[in-house]
Ligand binder design. Structure first.
Ligand code: G3P
Ligand code: CA
Length: 339
């Protein structure tokens, strides 16, 4: 898809129609989705323990994508925290999972008239796209009470604040979310991300060994743009979820194609249970494998606890890392195994 560069900061009706449709899809997916900070996924797997990635922070215990959640993830020993990126109306990168604000903030109460209509699973609903609001407006929102009243002070953080929190303490496992949608709005998420990382001295692999950076995306186009057009050398991981994407990327041909621009893959964990050959085949191509999402509240079929499940993935399947809402339950000190 042709991507707009820089340009306007206003949002056209047509683009927003697309945006709210995608918002519906992402909202539907929302429930799905250091060893030391010295550990790196930028090189082929080494005989070491798996890395621990705190998914949306320690999001089982604190509201996802808030500084409180990231802080707890780091305190619980995460090697990496995992910010998802969205862009505000005035062009600021923020950490937020959904394209829209209503699931994780009180935007409905603060800006009751600023909704757009969207269709989600056949129903007309109101949504509040982040791209409709300036950072100053988003800063007024309570991003914690939906999770628990004790987090009422939590705000949607900027990407820069997340980096500042992690700096020297944990790595960043950054996800470009819906970059095509933001491209259609006149933004360039990849260029913006790399520019911010460059300003922070983090745009080269292991430039700051205490804060390694990995970029992940469900969008192969986003990763190809980063690798080929922006010529970044940072590790890039292709997220793979659902049958269609699995068929496209987990075949021998698909993995070979992925290896042309990515250094790793991030499959939904069920895909590795369905085909246990994926890990070895990916490793043979020099690709790391870091599945998602491991949750105490919903261990995978056949596992009594999420600890058992994570142990199986590390010791038996030989994955390189684990993305979990429960960093405190990560089984430490396990050698990676594999068939
Ligand atoms: O890191 C992978 C995982 O975060 C992808 O799912 O929906 O939680 O962003 P999601
Ligand atoms: Ca994510």
């Amino acid at each position: 898809m042709a991507r707009a560069r820089g340009g306007p900061r206003t949002v056209s009706a047509g683009v927003l129609a697309t945006l709210v449709m995608v918002a519906g899809l992402l909202a539907a997916c929302a429930g799905v989705g250091a060893p030391s900070p010295g550990a790196s996924l930028g090189t082929p797997p080494e005989p070491r323990s798996a890395i621990l990635v705190a998914h949306r922070g320690a999001s089982a215990y604190a509201p996802e994508h808030t500084l409180a959640s990231y802080e707890l993830g780091i305190e619980q020993g995460a090697d990496y925290i995992e910010p998802d990126l969205q862009i505000t109306r005035d062009g600021v990168l923020i950490a937020l999972h959904d394209l829209t604000l209503e699931r994780t903030t009180n935007v409905e109460d603060v800006f009751p008239d600023r909704f757009r209509e969207a269709e989600v699973r056949g129903e007309r609903v109101h949504v509040w796209p982040a791209a409709d609001f300036t950072l100053a407006e988003i800063r007024t929102l309570d991003a914690g009470s939906w999770f628990d009243p004790s987090f009422a002070d939590a705000r949607v953080p900027t990407f820069r604040e997340v980096v500042e929190l992690a700096r020297g303490r944990a790595g960043l496992f950054i996800e470009t979310k819906a970059p095509e949608v933001y491209g259609d709005l006149g933004f360039d998420m990849e260029a913006q991300l790399l520019a911010e990382l460059a300003e922070l001295g983090l745009d080269e692999p292991r430039e700051d060994p205490t804060t390694p950076v990995i970029i992940q995306s469900f969008s192969a186009a986003s990763l190809e743009l980063l690798r080929n057009e922006h010529a970044t050398d940072l590790p890039l991981a292709l997220l793979i979820g659902g049958d269609e994407a699995a068929a496209e990327w987990l075949s021998p041909e698909g993995l070979t194609r992925a290896a042309a621009f990515a250094t790793g893959i991030g499959p939904a964990k069920d895909l590795l249970v369905a085909d246990a050959t994926v890990v070895d085949r990916a490793h043979d191509l020099g690709l790391t494998v870091v599945p998602w999402t491991f949750r105490a509240r919903s261990p995978g079929d056949g596992f009594a606890t999420v600890e058992d499940e994570m142990t199986y993935f590390i010791s038996e399947l030989g994955v390189d890392g684990i993305i979990t809402d429960n960093p405190d339950l990560f089984p430490r000190g396990l050698a990676r195994g594999g068939p």
